[in-house]
Design a protein around this ligand. Structure first.
Ligand code: PLP
Length: 448
């Protein structure tokens, strides 16, 4: 079947490429078909071989064909942009289970950063290279300056390290600083992937009691005496899943106990905390015994996969060794994007937008379900305690059947911590406020 050129404007090679592209798009030519040789086609159409060569190059640039050296030009299997960028495991319904940052202006900031990069050949060449795990001077400086401003600190270069996000940071810490059989203490209800990482690496995980002020210091003391743990993992700013914040008094008690028992604190600061509720990290109060795990996943975009550690300088060597073994070094391309957003003010702008949208979403929660207690941090997750006549596992299943996904509280229980009758609702799972309203209405119908 020959492409028809008449009626098409512009240079002949473009007209030929467009004619072929249309035939491919509307299914007249199927994926895998070999296009005619350039010489034969030029003869059949009465155009020069050069015109066909340029047309084939254009088709290849459009992503429609693939040239195989010595064999010819073949039509590629193509998906529409919609299907190409469709998640493989996507599910129907309303998602109140995924704790993702709200997408506000991030796409515009990505566009701006890429455009800025286009005019910077030095940056382009640098970020394509291999490095040691330390990375690039400018990237490290940018991160330090940003942290110093937020924490009112003076971090030295050896105290910061990039990672591929919070989960990677935690995994590197477990590998570097613990051995098989070591005990790690955690809050009784804990971020699930940390529990899985400990299980996978054969670290024993031991729960410590929590209440509405966070980790209970008396129980920490007891568990330290009993288990002689190596690490304490905790989320002082916003607890995942309960959204409780560790009180000022408990912070000091915990640091004191950890010093007495020579326990290293792993402070997870990944979860989004609204600006007015943020507290200075334990890492700025007890920098010698705390490794801080930070990430831009919840503060900007989960897909960027960039985070960082703030560590005591004496732990740099083992931590970098473990990091190298997992990934050599973190992609400077991704870090460069983050640094551009840190410098341009994009990160702060997104932070403020997220905080504003969250306030609106908490108003919806109050209207449709219940008013959050005063001690709850109004971040991404809401911990809904159920009345005894409703069992969390059953409610979770029932909601699933009604097209609403939530997490049952039991998923967050660290072995032996006991029963909880609650579900975790992620207020940022739904992309729109209307979807959130609809989801919360269904939740209400099941639990009231
Ligand atoms: C408490 C906590 N820490 C760490 C992570 C992982 O962060 P990242 O997505 O940056 O790997 C999560 C993700 O949900 C989390 O909730």
């Amino acid at each position: 079947m020959l492409p028809q050129l008449h009626g098409r404007k512009g240079p002949k090679y473009k007209a030929l490429a467009e004619a072929y592209a249309d035939m491919i798009d509307n299914g007249e030519i199927k994926a895998g078909t070999k296009l005619p040789s350039q010489r034969i086609l030029s003869y059949q159409l009465g155009v020069t071989v050069g015109t066909v060569t340029r047309a084939y190059q254009e088709l290849s640039l459009l992503g429609k064909t693939l040239s195989v050296v010595g064999s010819g030009t073949y039509v590629k299997e193509t998906l529409s942009a919609d299907s190409y960028y469709h998640p493989l495991d996507s599910q129907q319904g309303i998602d109140l289970s995924l704790c993702r940052p709200l997408i506000v202006s991030q796409q515009q900031h990505l566009h701006n950063a890429l455009q800025q990069m286009l005019g910077q050949p030095q940056a382009q060449s640098a970020i394509l290279d291999y490095f040691s795990a330390d990375g690039l001077c400018g990237h490290s400086d940018t991160l330090r300056q940003w942290l110093n401003q937020r924490w009112h600190s003076k971090l030295t270069p050896e105290r910061v390290q990039w990672t591929y996000g919070g989960q990677h940071g935690l995994s590197v810490i477990l590998q570097a600083l613990t051995r098989s059989g070591d005990t790690v203490l955690t809050e009784g209800l804990c971020y699930g992937e940390f529990i899985h990482s400990c299980a996978q690496l054969e670290r024993r995980i031991q729960p410590v009691a929590i209440d509405d002020q966070g980790l209970v210091a008396e129980d920490l003391l007891l568990q330290c005496q009993r288990h002689r743990p190596r690490l304490l993992y905790l989320t002082p700013n916003v607890q995942n899943p309960t959204a409780v914040q560790l009180s000022a008094q408990r912070r000091l008690q915990i640091i004191d106990i950890c010093r007495r028992f020579d326990v290293l604190i792993i402070e997870d600061g990944v979860m989004y905390c609204p600006p007015e509720q943020r507290q200075l990290p334990l890492a700025s109060i007890a920098p010698d015994i705390t490794v801080y795990v930070g990430s831009f996943s919840k503060y900007f975009a989960g897909g960027v996969r960039v985070g960082y550690l703030v560590l005591p300088a004496n732990l740099r060597v083992p931590l970098l060794k473990a990091l190298r073994s997992t990934c050599m070094h973190v992609s400077p391309i991704l870090i460069d994007l983050i640094c551009r957003w840190l410098c341009s003010g994009a990160m702060e702008e997104v932070d403020n937008h997220i905080a504003m949208e969250l306030r609106a979403r908490y108003r919806i929660l109050t209207q449709h379900l219940e008013r959050p207690a005063d001690h709850v941090i109004q971040g991404f997750n809401y911990w809904l305690t159920l009345p005894p006549q409703h069992q969390a596992e059953q409610v979770t299943k029932q909601l699933y059947e009604l097209g609403v996904r939530v997490r049952s509280g039991q998923q967050f229980c660290v072995g032996g911590y006991g029963q909880v009758n609650a579900i975790r609702l992620s207020l940022t799972g739904p992309k729109t406020r209307d979807e959130l309203r609809a989801g919360l209405e269904i939740v209400r119908s099941c639990v009231r």
